[in-house]
Design a protein around this ligand. Structure first.
Ligand SMILES: O=P(O)(O)OC[C@H]1O[C@](O)(CO)[C@@H](O)[C@@H]1O
Length: 340
């Protein structure tokens, strides 16, 4: 490992220059640490879900760095022994106000770790609690390469380059340049099917999601944020490997599933789950990345980038569902309305 690498590739994205500077400053600070043995990804809910593929990347790519992922409150209470001055803690909170995540940043700093936070709100409590902040953009008008999910990958591949000379950062940036067009093509290819799905599934009270590897976080976020939180539809994200160790017993012809088939090394788990589920359920929505036009993605990055395509694609499906149900995605009963 080295600490004297220059900042990562000069190849730049046609995105927001201020964001690029923040990413580079965080990567430089990570490179300047005397040692780095552990990366902790810490957040809650949807912000936690987008971190999951990053642990997958570090598990697959890193030589001497371990990654773990924690709900913010669990991180504080579990108090991992490995958390030290040799750790980087990457936190994320869209609002920058989730108290557990703000507290987790202070906790990580008290243990000597370097803190890097992503948030949409520049001057938020999380931004103030962290040493490095990447202030991301949000909304339909932004470049997908400036989204929180893409920025996490930029941080992680930058970290791997600066610490271990991992060569894939340039391939990531090249692929991210292609991401807006890829997303537009895939969404367009699914336009009719998502309209039909919204109509057909609007009365379902329960919909399961299933995936593995780099895509499990997308299935998890769709289940807990989009279906449970924003549509009040019962759900669970089933890990495709775990499906055979309990959940497959609930499979029946009228039990709805959404199955994600990605392009990473765990695809055989997803294919096995699909082969079983389609024998017994007539209510499957199968989204298979092999059918996507991913022109512009570097082949070695496609498995990692699939979650960044599944996510907006699933949003298109749930937008149609919400429309058909007359239940806007913004409605909450408890969240942000009371103390909890
Ligand atoms: O810390 P954040 O990202 O602002 O999250 C707040 C809330 O937003 C969600 O991610 C989605 O609404 C929830 O899961 C979470 O409780």
């Amino acid at each position: 490992m080295t600490t004297s690498q220059p900042p990562v590739s000069p190849l730049s994205l046609p995105g927001n220059a201020a964001i690029e500077q923040q990413v580079q400053a965080a990567i430089a600070a990570i490179g300047a640490r005397p040692a780095l043995t552990h990366v902790f990804f810490v957040a809650c809910g949807g912000s936690l879900a987008i971190m999951q593929p990053n642990k997958y990347v570090i598990d697959r790519e890193a030589q001497g760095i371990r990654a773990d992922i924690y709900n913010s409150n669990e991180f504080i209470h579990r108090n991992p022994r490995g958390l030290s001055e040799n750790s980087v803690v990457i936190l994320c909170s869209h609002s920058g106000t989730t108290p557990e995540t703000v507290e987790a940043a202070a906790f990580a700093r008290s243990r000597g770790a370097l803190t890097v936070s992503l948030t949409h709100v520049a001057d938020s409590p999380l931004a103030q609690a962290s040493e490095h902040v990447v202030h991301y953009e949000h909304g339909p008008e932004i470049l997908p390469s400036d989204s929180s999910s893409a920025l996490l990958y930029r941080l992680v591949f930058g970290l791997l380059q600066t610490r271990e000379q991992n060569p894939k950062y340039a391939a990531l940036l090249r692929s991210l340049q292609a991401l807006p067009a890829v997303i537009a093509r895939v969404k367009e290819a699914h336009r009719e099917q998502s309209i039909a799905w919204g109509r057909d599934y609007k009365r379902e009270t329960l919909i399961y999601t299933m995936a593995s590897g780099a895509n499990y976080g997308v299935a998890y976020s769709f289940a807990i944020c989009l279906l449970q939180e924003m549509q009040w539809i019962h759900s669970q994200a089933i890990h495709a490997g775990e499906y055979f160790h309990g959940p497959f017993e609930i499979t029946d012809d009228d039990v709805p599933f959404i199955l994600l088939l990605g392009l990473d090394e765990t695809r055989p788990l997803e294919e096995r789950a699909l082969a079983f589920a389609q024998k017994f359920s007539q209510r499957l929505l199968v989204l298979d990345a092999k059918t996507f036009d991913l022109t512009g993605f570097d082949p070695e990055m496609s498995g990692y980038l699939t979650p960044l395509v599944f996510s907006p694609l699933l949003r298109q499906y749930v937008d149609r569902l919400a429309e058909e149900r007359g239940h806007p995605l913004s409605v909450r009963r408890y969240m942000w309305k009371m103390d909890y």
